[in-house]
Design a protein. Structure first.
Ligand code: HEM
Ligand code: HEM
Lengths: 326, 174
């Protein structure tokens, strides 16, 4: 009897330690992201970016799936940010392997929605602790990266994507993916797992751009000349798809719904615009959207909060005073 | 025991109910700011919703307290000790208000509406104010440390009364 109790008690402890990498905290994660160079007042990840503004024009197609007011036919303004991955706010735009789009919809005082999307459609790994090791490998160099991917077969879809991805010559011509899945909840309480993508409506070749701020200059000029439009495309999971695993894409045959168009009409340098103050934590959700249990998604809130806390405190202490975006 | 040897039933219920709530809030707060586990989001939402419960409870408790006669402190205590005891209790009340208020204002200025058990949402600013967010975020953290310190002193004092002075102070709250 005693032995049985002991096994029951200890089994979870052993199975915990037996599987998976060592657990890291939000603080350790953000320490790793920020690295050894300090850029006080800036994001610890995706530090370089430009504010964008515009509106989402819903066509009503998604209103039966989600009660979020945003999806009713009509326009909702947003504050957004186009950025590149990395901790350095002055890094050269064209060197970054990942480009990003973040959006904040402040529909009302009680309904807000933040989105942060990247160019890869899937993650290489399925949990934050393994992701930590992936970043360590990236920081250690190509040999470590090779070894890391060899030890992580779940990264195969990501590697296939990376092998064929061609960076374009504009933020306007990239596709930005939610990567993580969410649930849409409709007025009857029915839940549907979805992923989404912002699909570009222009194509721009990766031309002879060279300047460190090439992408920012390009998008500012492009939007000054004319609005930039993306289709907001939702992919609906089927019962056989795993909404909690961000390393696996869902089959192309899944139903897709275009919810409307995202229209970008203005840009502002990040330190002069409204986007810098925002924590684009993708777990700030309106009524009608719910988080899945995807371990990567669930890890984001605490990490973003830690980065936000650090940079907000630095800003309160005057870190960005007198600096512009140069 | 006569009426004023002991705190009234309502005051005792408020005291132990809030003690359990506040200790859980502190534990939840400290856990959720470090954890990357899947339950972090759930704990964060529970923390905020129960934080809203806490401010309602502390308000009701204060009103209740003002309507009741309290047991007198033991005569053996020096005047300065009585003053310190009373001041520490008021400081605890102030912290019990300041914790949820700073927590809510931090969320307000960060533009994050607070969902209370799915029943309703507390409003947030439409335009994020990072300076005020930073101020109230840091305050929430510092006040939490002050609260933890005060709770430790409070428990220490109660045990001191009971086991060393062997007076009626701890019993009056049981
Ligand atoms: C465990 C996984 C992840 C962690 C720990 C993490 C961490 C972070 C942190 C700390 C920030 C800076 C936040 C701030 O100070 O405002 C950030 C920004 C960002 N992240 Fe993640 N991230 C994760 C996964 C992802 C994924 C899957 C995506 C894309 C789908 C993503 C897209 C972004 C974007 C677009 C930004 C910049 C948002 C902005 O413009 O402010 N992240 N991330
Ligand atoms: C009796 C009331 C409360 C107590 C004792 C309490 C305690 C705590 C503690 C100990 C922490 C960790 C502090 C740190 O790491 O600096 C914390 C964090 C936090 N609290 Fe509270 N809290 C209370 C009420 C509230 C309320 C009402 C809200 C919001 C509506 C709230 C929102 C938060 C948030 C969002 C964090 C984490 C912030 C971050 O991740 O940056 N708290 N709380």
């Amino acid at each position: 009897m005693k032995a049985l109790y002991l096994t029951l008690l200890l089994a979870p402890a052993f199975s915990f330690s037996a599987e998976g990498p060592p657990r890291v905290s939000a603080q350790q994660f953000v320490d790793l992201q920020q690295g050894n160079t300090d850029f006080p007042g800036f994001r610890r990840a995706h530090a370089k970016g430009i504010c964008v503004s515009g509106e989402f024009r819903a066509n009503g197609q998604l209103a039966d799936y989600s009660k979020a007011s945003l999806f009713k036919t009509g326009a909702t303004p947003f504050t957004g940010r186009l950025s590149i991955a990395g901790n350095n706010p002055t890094a050269p735009d064209l060197k970054a392997p990942v480009r990003s789009m973040a959006l904040s919809f402040a529909s009302s005082r009680t309904e807000q929605w933040r989105l942060a999307m990247n160019t890869p459609p899937v993650m290489a790994v399925a949990d934050p602790h393994t992701f930590y090791q992936q970043i360590q490998a990236i920081q250690a160099g190509p040999a470590a990266v090779k070894q890391f991917f060899a030890a992580h077969p779940e990264s195969s879809e990501f590697l296939t994507w990376a092998g064929q991805y061609q960076a374009t010559g504009s933020f306007a011509a990239e596709t930005y993916y939610s990567i993580n899945a969410f649930y849409l909840v409709n007025a009857d309480g029915k839940q549907q797992a979805v992923r989404w993508a912002m699909q570009p409506t222009v194509s721009v070749a990766a031309t002879d751009l060279t300047a460190p701020d090439a992408l920012q200059q390009e998008i500012a000029a492009r939007i000054a000349a004319d609005q930039v439009v993306f289709d907001w495309v939702f992919t609906l999971a089927d019962a056989t798809d795993d909404e909690n695993n961000p390393t696996k894409a869902w089959p192309d045959s899944r139903q897709q719904i275009i919810a409307g168009q995202l229209v970008l009409t203005g840009t502002t340098p990040q330190l002069e615009g409204d986007c810098h103050a925002i924590n684009f934590d993708p777990l700030v959700l309106p009524d009608g959207i719910k988080a899945t249990a995807d371990p990567i998604l669930r890890a984001r809130s605490a990490a973003y909060a830690e980065s936000y806390r650090r940079r907000a405190k630095e800003q309160l202490q005057g870190a960005l005073e007198g600096s512009n975006n140069e | 025991m006569s009426n004023t040897d002991r705190f009234s039933l309502s005051m005792r219920l408020f005291h132990w109910g809030m003690a359990a709530l506040v200790l859980s809030m502190v534990a939840a707060g400290l856990l959720m700011v470090t954890s990357l586990q899947t339950w972090q989001l759930t704990l964060l939402n529970i923390h905020k919703a129960f934080g809203v419960v806490a401010i309602l409870l502390v308000t009701a408790r204060l009103i209740n307290r003002l309507q009741h006669k309290l047991p007198a402190l033991p005569d053996e205590l020096a005047d300065w000790q009585k003053t310190v005891a009373k001041a520490s209790h008021w400081l605890l009340y102030i912290l019990l208000f300041a914790m949820p208020v700073s927590g809510y204002l931090m969320q307000y200025f960060a533009g994050r509406p607070v969902d209370v058990f799915g029943w309703f949402r507390l409003p947030a600013a439409l335009q994020v104010d990072i300076y005020n967010y930073a101020l109230f975020r840091e305050l929430h953290g510092w006040l939490a440390l002050a609260l933890i310190g005060m709770i430790a002193l409070h428990i220490g004092a109660a045990l001191h009364h009971h086991f060393i002075r062997k007076d009626n102070v701890l019993k009056s709250m049981l």
